[in-house]
Design a protein around this ligand. Sequence first.
Ligand code: DQA
Length: 147
Amino acid sequence: MKVLVINGPNLGLLGVREPDIYGNTTLADVEKRLQEIADSVNCTLEFLQSNHEGVIVDRLNAILTDEPVDGIVINPAAYTHTSVAITDALRACSKVPAIEVHISNISSRESFRHESLTAPACTGMIAGLGVNGYEWALRALLKILKK
Ligand code: DQA
């Protein structure tokens, strides 16, 4: 079983960037925790962090050709609110379950963050639980894939 974990723009700065909103945990810490969970159930993880919309679209497209995966955890970051391209790419591989994660509660922040274009193209969404949301997302995905 293989799960692709995608983090969008500025999430490479986790732990440094606006710690009052996103906390002090780094992306490397998050990935380490996810790796521990995956190792315990014999699941392979692939991590991608990119500040570029097209890189994320290219990786999602490759799921349908030469780089298949069984599930996706994705925090599209700011592209959540703007990217028709990532939404379409998620829809193109809709047979692969995807869980969207937001560290912060996007519904309680500025109004431009209230709408997620990408969430309707995903199986489910977790928001506002801090970086623990990534762990819940992976666990939810593993449950879905077990069925
Ligand atoms: C975010 C929320 C987005 O609105 C923001 O642009 C991010 C991070 C989150 O994880 O809470 O970069 O996706």
